[in-house]
Design a protein. Structure first.
Length: 382
């Protein structure tokens, strides 16, 4: 039997509408209407609440004391289920730079189990590395850095049941151009990260098919008026997406606003880069092979460098609105539709549109999460 969600406001694919009724039919979205089309239908009443698409985190390493690199199926499921409390209904489990052997094992494990997780849906793998540059290493382990290898990517694709969706590299590394062309032909989105590239090197990579700048401002050559660097490229090049971590630690709100104004809020992708300490108390944790201390809301290496985040995507949405740099509609778009578009999965998730899986969240007018639905079924309640 069909049911209808009643709410004050709906963030639909093409517009914000409401109050009204959104049909849920066989786990998928039906049509939105201002009046109830069927008087005898079941109504789920969210009077005064807002309905938004489930959030899509395309860059996340861990949650609830588990890391993707633990190579643990149960841990992968804990992350998946835990993400429902963050408003996330789809995600790309994200690896770290590591040995080829461990990366082989991890991608094989995810490829064999991604349809079995019970919470937020896995839409593919994001390989963050290992083809990076030392100068902007961040929390990536330099001993495993190397030049881009098409043979390695072929192997990872084979082992993962062809579930690699996105891979990041430093565009100045030898062989980057050929690697980017190959990956794009294989329908793998290429992102640029942990790089000291010049503006021209970044531009050449984009011309070859790279289309995302990873956690913009962090782990990349900065903007200088005589050498715009990676940051300048992220802001100025056409037809690319720019990720940003809006936790208040990685990027100043004013810098985030500048990026959004330059790039456009349709092409800015909010990500968490969350590590295993997300959803956990402050204290001592691991990120790959490095010890991390979580204190005052930030995760740092012993050197003091930021080591991912403990950000939840629902809080990034709330932050940018509270900072006055995005409307609620823009914030929700940057955390749902834009991430899905950036890795070409927007036909599957990230929007409320007829025929799409009914993955959505219920928010208060101050953007607090009330509930998370998967396939039209409530799976989390605050």
């Amino acid at each position: 039997m069909n049911k209808f969600i009643f709410a004050e406001k709906f963030f639909l694919e093409a517009m914000v509408a409401g109050p009204g009724f959104l049909e849920i039919r066989d786990g998928k979205f039906g049509a939105f209407s201002k009046n109830l089309p069927n008087e005898s239908a079941e109504i789920i009443d969210y009077t005064g609440k807002w309905i938004a698409p489930g959030l899509v985190d395309t860059h996340i390493h861990g949650f609830k004391n588990h890391d993707i690199m633990d190579h643990d199926v149960e841990g992968l499921n804990v992350i998946s289920e835990g993400l429902l409390s963050c408003g996330v209904t789809s995600f790309l489990p994200t690896t770290l730079t590591s040995s080829t052997e461990l990366l082989n094992q991890v991608v094989e494990m995810i490829g064999a189990n991604f349809t079995k997780v019970k919470g937020a849906k896995i839409k593919g793998i994001f390989l963050e590395g290992p083809f990076f540059t030392e100068k902007h290493k961040g929390a990536q382990n330099t001993k495993y850095f190397g030049d881009p290898s098409i043979d390695k990517l072929k192997k990872w694709q084979e082992l993962s049941n062809h579930s690699i969706k996105k891979i990041a590299l430093a565009p100045e590394r030898k062989g980057a151009a050929e690697f980017i062309e190959y990956a794009v032909r294989e329908e793998i989105t290429v992102a640029l990260a942990h790089s000291d590239a010049t503006y021209e090197e970044a531009k050449q990579a984009v011309e070859k098919g790279a289309s995302i700048f990873v956690h913009t401002f962090n782990g990349m050559s900065g903007l200088h008026h005589r050498e715009p660097g990676m940051v300048g490229a992220a802001m100025n090049l056409k037809d690319v997406f720019a990720e940003i971590i809006c936790d208040g630690h990685h990027v100043h709100p004013a810098a985030a606003n500048i990026l959004m104004n330059c790039r456009g809020r349709k092409k800015t992708v909010m990500v968490t880069d969350c590590m295993m300490a997300g959803g956990m108390p402050e204290g001592h944790y691991q990120l790959g092979e490095f010890p991390v201390e979580v204190k005052n809301g930030a995760a740092r290496l012993e050197s003091g460098s930021l080591a991912g985040s403990i950000l939840q995507l629902k809080d990034a949405v709330k932050n940018v609105v509270e900072w006055g740099i995005a409307t609620p509609a823009e914030a929700i778009y940057m955390a749902s539709t834009a991430p899905a578009k950036s890795v070409q999965i927007d036909d599957e998730c990230g929007k409320i549109a007829e025929g799409c899986a009914a993955d959505f969240i219920v928010l208060t007018p101050v953007l607090d999460l009330t509930a998370t639905y998967l396939d039209g079924v409530c799976r989390y309640q605050a």
